[in-house]
Design a binder for this molecule. Structure first.
Ligand code: SF4
Ligand code: SF4
Length: 338
């Protein structure tokens, strides 16, 4: 099976994977794995989805980041998480199923009008995503596509994404390097560089999404808003209320007051299309942040949570960490899920 799939021309770049900014250069078709620890692309799940933009959403297993707050940790960290995934799916068959679902009465009633690729990170499966889109447009040339991204990809990959997408939902968690590293295990600069590129295609941007985590990236709200406003104050921004999850399972959720404050800060920065979403005020208990590898308070707190989960390498730098293939965060099992 693997030998047969590995012969597909459109998968050949996985012999030397350079899809995301880690540029691991591993041969994923020969069993090697990089920071995402994914070999062949695999579907985690797929279904019609009512959240805007309403869609047929395809969740891909694997992620190139190791974010402490991950809501989809079981698929993002597959196979280390022990999570269940649907597995390899023929792109033509998936495209057929997706187009049918969009055209079905349930899809029409929901207002679902596009494929939505999420994860995990779809960037780890970019050639597969492109193939599904190609097949879907063989059936319906007008098929719309949303690409949901953490922004951590090469400019070449982003260029490919811009070529086939109708819309992009783009996460920004921090401007500060330390906060981004402590939270996600990766640098912020590639994400910000890519946000700048996407901002040059405002017709493609559904919205920038900013997860608001009290005490961790709370102080990042203003720099993020200023960064976006400097690109173009008319770009849409959605603040998402953090809810306790994964390594941050005991951390308090974002309060309603904090979400209102985020919108107010954005308006003060000049942003004109701002809203917030999510379920605020979920209870939790914050710990004292004292991880000495960071000097910024939010990063110290995130680093402290990462340490408690077993991460020993700070500042976090997951692709270059000696523990990258035996990572306690990647296999962390939360005791609750919100
Ligand atoms: S982490 Fe990125 S570059 Fe490395 S193998 Fe995965 S997708 Fe490829
Ligand atoms: S142990 Fe290493 S690979 Fe795992 S989260 Fe920490 S820095 Fe990243």
């Amino acid at each position: 099976m693997v030998e047969e799939l590995a012969s597909f021309p459109w998968l050949q770049e996985l012999h030397n994977c350079q899809l995301c900014e880690w540029r691991c250069g591993v041969d994923r078709l020969a069993g090697e794995v990089g920071a995402c620890r994914i070999g062949l692309p695999q579907i985690a799940s797929r279904s019609l989805h009512p959240s805007p933009p309403q869609s047929y959403t395809i969740f891909l297993a694997g992620c190139n980041l190791r974010c402490l707050f991950c809501q989809n940790w079981d698929i993002a960290h597959f196979p280390d998480s022990g999570g269940q995934v649907d597995g390899w799916y023929d792109p033509a068959q998936l495209a057929h199923e997706a187009v049918q679902a969009l055209q079905s009465p349930a899809g029409q009633l929901m207002g679902a009008d596009r494929l939505f690729f999420s994860g995990g990170s779809p960037t780890c499966s970019l050639p597969y995503v492109e193939r599904v889109v190609y097949e879907a447009r063989q059936i319906n040339p007008d098929t719309k596509v949303n690409y949901d991204t953490n922004g951590f990809m090469t400019p070449a990959s982003l260029q490919r994404v811009l070529e086939f997408t109708t819309s992009i939902t783009f996460d920004i968690r921090a401007v500060d390097e330390q906060v981004q590293r402590a939270l996600s295990g990766a640098p912020s600069s590639p994400v910000l560089r890519n946000a700048e590129i996407v901002a040059q295609h405002p017709d493609k941007l559904w919205e920038f999404r900013v997860l608001v985590i009290p005490g961790i990236n709370e102080e990042q709200i203003e720099p993020i808003c200023q960064f976006i406003a400097d690109l173009d104050p008319s770009l849409p921004v959605c603040f998402l209320a953090f809810r306790p999850n994964f390594v941050l399972e005991q951390h308090p959720g974002a309060s309603l007051d904090l979400m209102h404050r985020a919108v107010s800060i954005a308006c003060d920065c000049g942003l004109r299309k701002v809203h917030w979403a999510g379920h605020p005020d979920l209870p939790g208990t914050s710990v004292q942040g004292d991880c000495p590898a960071y000097s910024v308070a939010g990063a110290q707190l995130a680093g402290t949570y990462a340490q408690a989960a077993g991460c020993v390498n700070h500042p976090r730098d997951c692709a270059n960490c000696p523990q990258r293939h035996n990572c306690p965060v990647k296999s962390y099992q939360p005791s609750r899920r919100t």
